[in-house]
Design a protein. Structure first.
Length: 208
């Protein structure tokens, strides 16, 4: 943001399966700025995915976009990418607390385009919604009472919905840390410029 020449190409990131991490903590930059930047980034990845329309399908590589606190960054237009993401090989992980946080058009797009469903323990309101999605195989209270690591599953296999069933997932794996600091430093050297240098250029542009 604010640089004279953009060093970040979102299509290049997607086609090369690079990592792009944006820390949009509201406590650090404020809620308005976090929501604005998050919406801009989401739109950039959406546009980069749409540009794949000119690529042969066998050259489109899977790209995973994780959006935490998704309700802060979405707009009604995002329903389009939910409907078209598969053919552009854009895999979406949209994280939020409960269903009612998401606008109705987005909510309908999610349930309308997802074939396989997994549900861990959830609240009463979400349980009533998912009871219908699981064809009433389980009642709402069963979703609320699921034990730790327990899951209800409805799988789409070969274009056919299978009978929903209950399962147990693995416990969380141990997190390992390593070269994060070195990777961040290398990324900043390659793609960023010192803040003072950028601000000096911006001030010069404003004066002219």
């Amino acid at each position: 943001m604010g640089q004279v020449k953009c060093k970040v190409s979102f299509p290049v990131i997607m086609d090369n399966q690079w990592l792009f991490i944006a820390n949009l903590s509201k406590g650090k930059i404020g809620p308005d700025k976090a929501n604005l930047l998050g919406s801009l980034l989401t739109t950039q990845f959406q546009l980069a995915a749409m540009r794949r329309a000119g690529q042969p399908e066998d050259e489109r590589r899977d790209f995973y976009l994780f959006i935490d606190e998704f309700q802060n960054f979405t707009t009604d237009s995002f329903a389009a990418i939910l409907a078209e993401a598969r053919k552009y090989r854009l895999c979406l992980v949209l994280s939020h607390q409960y269903v009612d946080q998401i606008p109705l058009p987005i909510r309908q797009a999610v349930f309308g385009n997802v074939g396989t469903l997994f549900s861990f323990r959830i609240g009463n309101t979400d349980a009533e919604a998912l009871q219908k999605e699981f064809a009433n195989t389980f009642i709402a209270q069963q979703f609320v009472d699921l034990e730790r690591f327990g899951v209800f599953s409805k799988i789409l296999e070969n274009g056919t919905n299978q009978q929903p069933f209950k399962g147990v997932t693995l416990s969380p794996m141990e997190n390992k840390t390593g070269r994060a600091v070195a990777h961040v430093k290398n990324s900043r050297q390659k793609f960023a410029e010192p803040r003072a240098k950028v601000e000096a250029r911006l001030n010069q542009l404003h004066r002219s």
